[in-house]
Structures are given as C-alpha cells and as structure tokens.
Design a protein around this ligand. Structure first.
Ligand code: PEP
Ligand code: MN
Length: 246
C-alpha cells in the first residue's frame, strides 16, 4: 500500500533521503557547559542533530535520573548556540505538550516501545518520533508499535535499532544488522542505528556504524561526551569529540 520510502523531515533535514543523517551528543544532559561544549564539537564533527537525555530511564532508581525540565532548558540553549535540532527521550504522556513545544524529535526509548498509551498520544501530534526497538522486541512487534503512532495520524516515524538481548554478554546488546534490510523490505519508514547502546563500548562504535551504513541504514545516533570517564551515564560507550569527528 505504500511502495515509496518515507522521508521524515526535521527542520529541513531529510531522514530517509539520499544522505546519511548523524545525530550525536551525550547520553544525558549534565550541565550547561557540558551540553554546549558537546553540541559545538559534534556540529564541527559533522552531526546534523543533537541528542541528549533529560528524562532518563535508568535500571536503578538510585542512579542519576536526568535533569528533567532543566535538561530541556539546557538543550534549548545548546540549540540556540549551534542551530542543531534536538532529539530527546520522553517517558510519559503528561510531558507531550512540553516536548512538542521544545523538542525537534521525540525519542521513545527501548523500554517504552510497547507503552501503547504513550504511542497513541504521540500519534495525535505531528512531531517526528524516533522509535527505538525494545530490548527483546521482534521486528514485527517494533513495526506494530510504529503503527500505533501512525494509526493516530502521525506518519513522522523514524525507527532506531539499538541492539537486542541475546545470550551474548560480552557486548551490552547484540546489534541486529539484519533488521536494516528487514525493515527496508517490510516498511517504508527510515531506520537509524545506535551503535553506542548496541555495543556498550566506545571502540566498537566506529566499525558497527560502518557496518550499519553498508547494510543500508539511513542514519546513526551516537553518544559523544567531552569527558567520558566522568559521565553520569553511559561513559564507557561514549566517544570523545575528536574520535567522533574522525
Ligand atoms: C538512550 O538513548 O540514552 C537510551 C536510554 O537508549 P535505549 O532506550 O535504546 O536504551
Ligand atoms: Mn545512553
């Protein structure tokens, strides 16, 4: 019913077009200096958009939970400074109005991929949605979650493969590269790859990113931190700005 590939446009940047789109930034927004410094360096390194979590879904309730609304404010400042559109994660439907106002791409994290009530509410907006694949979700379940958003009238969905749970524990997750051709066959939606969460190790990001592009991905979302050793979240998988630029 939909033979043409969809192109999702974010402030004039086309995702699913001919160019590879790179989104980059820290796992979490930590301070004004940090987010502005990383935003400027990823822009210099070729990123088209800035990622950064303000509301963080953490395994432990005692871990850093994100700066929340303050984090959104800092992302807006970083956008003013660099012009980079913002990608950031939403965790609950009560924040949708705020996100629609302040954010360019709303990320639905792996843990919320099947939060159907959230997906339905996002379907009522017309914001681009980056829908991450669930930790143990099949490709069909993931595409059906995208369908929940589109059924409400919002066709601006970008799929994001971020690694899945397998028996392998050496890497944080297992990057399912075969999801790229599968999504291209089954769906018209663009797909970006997150080699950072897929591997959990900074030194695997470059080869996995290259593999994703070779397999037909439309873009990448990569964690970059100015001081990974002291990052409040996901330092081990974060690239330094110089490495990102390389
Ligand atoms: C993230 O992008 O920082 C994140 C929490 O990712 P995921 O939902 O894929 O685990
Ligand atoms: Mn992260």
């Amino acid at each position: 019913f939909h033979p043409e590939d969809s192109v999702v446009e974010v402030n004039g940047i086309k995702i699913g077009g001919k160019k590879i789109v790179v989104m980059a930034g820290p796992c979490s927004v930590e301070t004004e200096e940090q987010i502005i410094s990383v935003a400027k360096s990823v822009k210099l390194g070729g990123a088209a958009m800035l990622r950064g979590g303000a509301f963080k879904p953490r395994t432990s309730p005692y871990s850093f939970q994100g700066l929340k609304e303050k984090g959104l404010e800092l992302l807006k400042i970083a956008k003013q400074e660099t012009g980079l559109p913002i990608v950031t994660e939403i965790m609950s439907a009560d924040k949708i109005e705020r996100f629609v106002e302040d954010v360019d791409v709303i990320q639905v994290g792996a843990r919320n991929m099947q939060n159907f009530e959230l997906l339905k509410e996002l379907g009522k907006t017309n914001k681009p949605i980056l829908l991450k694949r669930g930790l143990s979700a099949t490709i069909e379940e993931w595409i059906m979650s995208a369908e929940y958003i589109m059924a409400g009238g919002n066709d601006n969905v970008i799929l994001c493969e971020r690694g899945i749970r397998t028996f392998e524990t050496y890497t944080r997750n297992t990057l399912d590269l075969s999801a790229i051709p599968a999504v291209k066959k089954l769906s018209h939606l663009p797909i970006v790859i997150d080699p950072s969460h897929a591997s959990g190790m900074w030194w695997m990001v470059e080869p996995m990113a290259k593999a994703a592009i070779a397999a037909g991905a439309d873009g990448l979302i990569i964690e970059v931190h100015n001081d990974p050793e002291h990052a409040l979240c996901d330092g081990a998988q974060s690239l330094k700005p110089e490495r990102f630029a390389h």
